[in-house]
Design a protein around this ligand. Structure first.
Ligand code: DGL
Length: 264
């Protein structure tokens, strides 16, 4: 009997932050984590290419693996790809989008949205701000440097706090709540907190996503879901693979395999 398994997707290691929240809530749930490093960073990828790559790569795995639910563990992709992907697949698709609503509820001074350069321009993001934070001052900060820093951290490289402070500097003094609107950023949470100071509350979507996945899978979890399997694939050769494998192994994953995007 196959185990209840979710497929998680991102451009890189960012979705692992969401994986950790899901694993904490559902320790018996199996996960196949896939990332499209060939087209990384998604925050700088033309929108049409992003939509077609995400749909193709995710469908490719759903067709060949036994998958019960998909998590698009990437804000940059989720803000544009969900309608098309839900049309293509017959299983539930959960997206990750910036946690503007809870952030706005907690903010007294202002909200900072830290995300990729693409996410801060998306109509979806601006609709979230209009709908849930219209009465707040929202500052937008798009950065690929932070995404790269999280990738390096998971390859066991030290985070440069001075560089981090420079990136976050435009938010200084304007906000009391920061939304980590890219799944890579919770991987840098301690460092971001250190640089921004203890008075700034950091909010991300990880726990809410874990609750949503638990709700959608509650009737599916099987008796044999005792020893979860964590598999990981990427779309192309990868730099510092051995160092990254150390982090993946620490999280319980098997060895990283390359599975190119079909037809690419
Ligand atoms: N982790 C992704 C996100 O949540 C994308 C990072 C990137 O590839 O630019 O937006």
């Amino acid at each position: 009997m196959s185990k209840t398994t979710i497929l998680m997707f991102d451009s890189g290691v960012g979705g692992l932050s969401v994986f950790q929240d899901i694993k904490a809530k559902m320790p018996n749930l199996s996960c196949t984590y896939i990332f499209d490093n060939q087209a990384y960073p998604y925050g700088e990828l033309p929108q049409e290419e992003l939509i077609s790559r995400t749909c193709q790569y995710v469908s490719q795995f759903v067709e060949s693996h036994n998958i019960d639910l998909v998590v698009i563990a990437c804000n940059t992709a989720s803000t544009v790809v969900l309608p098309k992907l839900r049309q293509l697949l017959s299983i539930p698709v959960v997206g990750v989008v910036p946690a503007i609503k809870p952030a706005s509820q907690r903010a007294n001074i202002g909200v900072g949205l830290i995300a990729t350069p693409a996410t801060i321009t998306r109509e979806y993001t601006h609709d979230l701000i209009k709908d849930f934070a219209a009465d707040k001052d929202v500052k937008l900060l798009g950065s690929t440097t932070l995404v790269d820093m999280a990738e390096k951290k998971l390859r066991k490289s030290l985070v440069d706090l001075e560089q981090l402070a420079k990136v976050l500097e435009p938010l200084n003094g304007y906000i009391d709540v920061a939304v980590l609107g890219c799944t890579h950023f919770p991987l840098l949470k301690e460092e971001i907190q250190q640089v921004m100071g203890a008075d700034v509350v950091l909010v991300d979507s990880g726990e809410a996503i874990a609750r949503r996945v638990e709700f959608l899978l509650q009737d599916k979890i099987k008796a044999d879901d005792q020893h979860p399997l964590y598999r990981v694939y990427c779309s192309a050769e990868i730099e510092y693979k051995e160092a990254l494998q150390v982090s993946l192994t620490e999280m319980g994953f098997g060895s990283l395999k390359i599975q190119p995007l079909k037809g690419a």
